[in-house]
Design a binder for this molecule. Structure first.
Ligand code: NAD
Length: 508
C-alpha cells in the first residue's frame, strides 16, 4: 500500500520535547514503528536516554513553579485552544492513529474526537475545582478545604488508545495546575510526537513555560524510570495488569501516588427479556471493534439457556458478514492486531481452547496473501466455553468471544463477576427488576455497568476505570480531576480566644 501520509524519512529527533523545543541527544538508539496495516516501517524515533529523561524532569519541575501560579481558568483557556488545534488536525491525526495502530479510520477519528471532548470538559472543569467549607465546632472559626496541584504527573500509555488516554490525563492535569511527562507505548511513538507538534503552537503563543508538556520515548525501561522517581508526584499508568502490578509496587515503595487503568475481561449478560435487535450489534461491535484490542472489548457473553441457540445463530450470521482488511479503507469492519506477538497470543489462546474441548461456533484463523502482507490480520471467532477455564479467566487482546450459558440471573451475575478483572459489564434486558438488580450492590462488581448498551464506547463525561485487577483508578469525567490534586484542610480562627478542638482545656 502507498503511504497516504507525509511520513518522516529521517529518524524523528529526539524523544524529549515540550512541544516548543526539541533537545539534542547523543543516542543512536531508535524505536522502529511499523504499521500493522501494511507491515511498512513508517518511522524511526530516537529513544530517550536516562540523561535525556533527567533533563526533562528538571525542566518540568521548574515549569511547575510557574504554571501552578497561572489562574486555573487561564489554564483552561490554553486547553481550549489545544482543543481547537485538535479539531483542525482531526483528519490527519485520526489517519495516523489508524495507520500506526491499525484501528479503523472511523475509530481513529473517534479517538481524536475524545481528545476534543476532554478538552471541552477540562475547560469547564477549570472553573469548578471546588473544595467544601465546613462548620467548625469552635466559635469564630472557619473550616474549608482547598485543592492544590501535585507537581509532575507521569503518564504511561498503552498502544491501543495511543493518544486519547494521554489527553484524558493531560488536559485535566493541566487545568489542575500540574505539568505532564508522557511516556507513550513504544509501539505507537509517532502519534505521540504528532500530538506534541499539534499543541506546540498553542504553548508558544501563550508563553507557556518550557516543560509543561513533556515527552520521553522508550519501552519498559523508560516507564520504570517514572515509576521509581520520587520527583514524579503521580504516575498514571494504562496497560496490562502485569505492568500495573510492577508500577504499583515501585510507586508504593516510595509512597507515591499511582492511578492504574489495566486489563479488562468484560461480559454482556443476554437475558430472555432482551431485545436481540439491540444486543447482537452491540455484542459484535464490542467483540470485533479495534480487532478486540480495547480494554473494554466484549470477551464473554453470558446467555440465558432458553435463547442460547437463537443468539448463537444470530451471532454466526452477523460474523459471516464481517469484512476484514485495511483499516484505512472504510469498506472493512475489522483491521489487524498490533503485531506478530499479538497474533501469537491469539493462536496460543485458540490452541488452549481446543485442548480444553471448546467448540468454535465461528472458526479462527490468520489471513495471508494480497492485502494481508503484514500477517497481522486474524479472524474474529466465537468459542463455546466454560467461565472457569484459565483461558477465559485471562484477557487475550484479540477478537475471541466466549459464549457461556446461564439458568438464573444470580448465576449469570456470579459468572460475570467471577474473573480477576473488573472493568466493564452490561446486561441486555427489558425487565426492570433484572436491570436494577444488575446495577445494585448485589449486581455487577465492575467500574462500568451498562443496561442495553455494550461494554465498550465510554463517553468522557463519566469516570472511567475498573476494580480488582483492572487497578481501581478513575480518569476522565465526573470528579476524576481530584486524582490530579492534593487536598488541604484549612481552619482559620478570627476570634480573640484559643479554644481547642474536642473541648480540651490547656491552661498556662
Ligand atoms: P503493556 O502493559 O505492554 O504496556 C503499556 C505501557 O506500559 C507501555 O508504555 C510500556 O512501555 C509500559 N510498561 C511496560 N512494562 C512496564 C513496567 N514494568 N514499568 C513501567 N512501564 C511499563 O500494555 P499494551 O500491550 O500496550 O496495552 C494493552 C493493555 O492495556 C491491555 O491489557 C488493555 O486492557 C490495557 N488497557 C487498559 C485501559 C484501561 O483504561 N483500563 C485502556 C487501554 C488499554
Amino acid at each position: 500500500m502507498q503511504s497516504i501520509l507525509p511520513l518522516p524519512t529521517q529518524p524523528v529527533k529526539p524523544g524529549t520535547s515540550t512541544g516548543q523545543q526539541f533537545w539534542h541527544t547523543d543516542t543512536q538508539k531508535t524505536i522502529e514503528s511499523y504499521s500493522p496495516a501494511d507491515g511498512q516501517l513508517i518511522a524511526r524515533v530516537y529513544a530517550s536516554t536516562r540523561a535525556d529523561y533527567d533533563r526533562v524532569v528538571e525542566t518540568a519541575q521548574a515549569a511547575f513553579v510557574e504554571w501552578r501560579q497561572v489562574p486555573a481558568p487561564r489554564r483552561g483557556e490554553i486547553v481550549r485552544q489545544m482543543g481547537e488545534q485538535f479539531r483542525h488536525y482531526k483528519r490527519e491525526l485520526g489517519t495516523l492513529v489508524s495507520y500506526e495502530m491499525g484501528k479503523s479510520l472511523q475509530e481513529g477519528l473517534g479517538e481524536v474526537q475524545e481528545i476534543i471532548d476532554i478538552c471541552d470538559f477540562a475547560v469547564g472543569q477549570s472553573r469548578q475545582l471546588y473544595g467544601l467549607s465546613m462548620h467548625s465546632e469552635r466559635p469564630a472559626h472557619r473550616m474549608m478545604e482547598q485543592w492544590h496541584p501535585l507537581g509532575v504527573v507521569g503518564i504511561i500509555s498503552a498502544f491501543n488508545f495511543p493518544v486519547a488516554v494521554w489527553s484524558w490525563n493531560a488536559m485535566l492535569a493541566w487545568v489542575c495546575g500540574d505539568v505532564c511527562l508522557w511516556k507513550p507505548s513504544e509501539k505507537t511513538p509517532l502519534t505521540a510526537l504528532a500530538c506534541q507538534q499539534i499543541i506546540g503552537d498553542v504553548l508558544r503563543n501563550n508563553n507557556v513555560p518550557e516543560g509543561v508538556s513533556c515527552l520521553v520515548t522508550g519501552g519498559r525501561d523508560a516507564g520504570e524510570w517514572l515509576a521509581r522517581d520520587p520527583r514524579i508526584a503521580l504516575v498514571s499508568a494504562t496497560g496490562s495488569t502485569r505492568m500495573g502490578k510492577a508500577v504499583a509496587e515501585a510507586v508504593a515503595s516510595r509512597l507515591g501516588r499511582s492511578l492504574l487503568e489495566l486489563g479488562g475481561n468484560n461480559a454482556i449478560i443476554v437475558s430472555e427479556h432482551a431485545d436481540l435487535d439491540l444486543a447482537v450489534p452491540a455484542i459484535v461491535f464490542g467483540a470485533v471493534g479495534t480487532a478486540g484490542q480495547r480494554c473494554t472489548s466484549t470477551r464473554r457473553i453470558i446467555v440465558q439457556e432458553s435463547i442460547y441457540d437463537d443468539v448463537k445463530n444470530r451471532l454466526k450470521n452477523a460474523y459471516a458478514q464481517l469484512r476484514i482488511g485495511n483499516p484505512l479503507d472504510e469498506l472493512f469492519h475489522v483491521g489487524p492486531v498490533i503485531d506478530q506477538a499479538a497474533v501469537h497470543s491469539y493462536l496460543a489462546a485458540i490452541n488452549e481452547i481446543r485442548e480444553l474441548g471448546g467448540h468454535f461456533v465461528v472458526e479462527p484463523g490468520v489471513l495471508n496473501g494480497l492485502g494481508f502482507e503484514s500477517e497481522c490480520y486474524v479472524r474474529p471467532c466465537i468459542a463455546e466455553a466454560d467461565n472457569k477455564w484459565p483461558v477465559v479467566q485471562r484477557e487475550t487482546f484479540a477478537p475471541i468471544l466466549y459464549l457461556l450459558k446461564y439458568t438464573t440471573l444470580d448465576d449469570a451475575i456470579s459468572q460475570q463477576n467471577d474473573v480477576p478483572q473488573g472493568l466493564s459489564s452490561a446486561i441486555f434486558t427489558l425487565n426492570l427488576r433484572e436491570a436494577e438488580r444488575f446495577l445494585s450492590v448485589a449486581g455487577s462488581d465492575c467500574g462500568i455497568a451498562n443496561v442495553n448498551i455494550g461494554t465498550s464506547g465510554a463517553e468522557i463525561g463519566g469516570a472511567f476505570g475498573g476494580e480488582k485487577e483492572t487497578g481501581g483508578g478513575r480518569e476522565s469525567g465526573s470528579d476524576a480531576w481530584k486524582a490530579y490534586m492534593r487536598r488541604q484542610t484549612n481552619t482559620l480562627n478570627y476570634g480573640t480566644t484559643m479554644p481547642l478542638a474536642q473541648g480540651i482545656t490547656f491552661e498556662l
